[in-house]
Structures are given as structure tokens and as C-alpha cells.
Design a protein around this ligand. Structure first.
Ligand code: 3AM
Length: 175
């Protein structure tokens, strides 16, 4: 029987921005801040689905294919530290309306289809470090990365040989 996969919807980042963020991160944060997320894995989660059967995956693919949402510009001008999950993140002070609408839609579809959604409000972010449980010195404000969000992606998360790899299963355009 085909196996379930651990899935999530996210905004991917262009490879050029991923590379730039990796070099900026190395300068902006101290060396032992936490476990840096691999450049190719940098993304902004929109909705986490968890373990999903192939049949349910098809349901999500059909629903995603019907989404008509506008594209938007992401201004990444905020950084923070959540000590409890041990996450250091890059985010945006003013999330664009298009981003919030897209995430709301995907999260509502996930919930309606049996994927538990956190009751915490959606806080759009790109995880830069994990296992950051000690106090973290954040970079001074003033930085700003911009990225055009022209599509959203369904990713499968695979863990093997001590590494997490995100595989893009399908991409849908924003209008
Ligand atoms: O975008 P970030 O890195 O914050 O933490 C996981 C990652 O989020 C999150 O899904 C994203 C892709 O792996 N995630 C993992 N397990 C989760 C869960 N049980 C979860 N989010 C919510 N509930």
C-alpha cells in the first residue's frame, strides 16, 4: 500500500535569496546560535498538514489547484527568537494581505480535512536556526530582504540519515 507522507504548504525562496540569506545569517548571528537550517530548506510555512495518505494528498492537490489568490511582495525585515521550540526566525513586520489570505485559506482547508491546526495565530516566518534554546543576540533592525511570492508549493518532508530534506511535490501560481 502506498505510504503516507509528511506534507506542508509553503512559500519557497528563489535559490539566489537562499544563498544570500545563508551568508547574511553567518554574519548576523553568533556561531553557536543553533542548528542552521540548510539553505535549500529555507521556506515560509503556510499550513502544516502532517502525515497524509495518497488519497488525501490528491484532495489537497485538487483544492490547491482551485485557489485564485494574488501574488505579493514579501519584505523580510524582522527577526526573533522563540526559546521554547528553539527557533530563530526571519519575518515581516507588516505581513501583506495576500500572504495572510493564502495562509488562512490553506489552513482552513487543512482543518476541514482533518489536519489539526495550531490554535496560535499564524505568524509568518522563515526558520533560520533550530535547537536555539539559549538566549540569542538578534541583528540590529535595519535589514530588509525582499522576495516576490509568485507561487506556493506543496512539500514533502523526508528525514533520512540524520538529514531533513524537503521535496517540492507541486507548485501553483499566484495571479
Ligand atoms: O516553517 P517552520 O520551520 O516553522 O516546524 C515545522 C516547520 O515549520 C512545522 O512544519 C514546517 C515544515 O516541517 N511542523 C512540524 N511539525 C509540526 C506540527 N506537529 C509543525 N507545525 C505544526 N504542527
Amino acid at each position: 500500500m502506498p505510504e503516507s507522507q509528511r506534507l506542508f504548504f509553503a512559500l519557497s525562496l528563489p535559490a539566489g535569496i537562499q544563498r544570500q540569506l545563508v551568508s547574511w545569517r553567518a554574519q548576523a548571528f553568533a556561531e553557536h546560535t543553533g542548528r542552521p537550517v540548510a539553505g535549500a530548506n529555507l521556506h515560509m510555512t503556510l499550513a502544516f498538514l502532517g502525515d497524509v495518505s495518497p488519497a488525501k494528498q490528491q484532495v489537497f492537490m485538487d483544492l490547491a489547484g482551485r485557489i485564485r489568490q494574488p501574488r505579493f511582495t514579501l519584505r523580510l525585515d524582522d527577526a526573533g527568537h522563540w526559546p521554547r521550540p528553539g527557533v530563530v526566525w526571519l519575518g515581516t513586520r507588516q505581513p501583506p494581505r495576500g500572504l495572510l489570505q493564502l495562509a488562512d485559506l490553506l489552513r482552513a482547508q487543512a482543518a476541514r480535512n482533518g489536519c489539526h491546526q495550531s490554535p496560535m495565530p499564524f505568524h509568518p516566518h522563515i526558520t533560520l536556526y533550530r535547537q536555539a534554546t539559549q538566549p540569542v543576540a538578534l541583528p540590529p533592525p535595519g535589514f530588509c530582504w525582499t522576495a516576490e511570492a509568485c507561487e506556493f508549493t506543496l512539500f514533502a518532508s523526508e528525514f533520512s540519515r540524520g538529514r531533513t530534506r524537503y521535496q517540492a511535490l507541486h507548485r501553483w501560481p499566484l495571479l
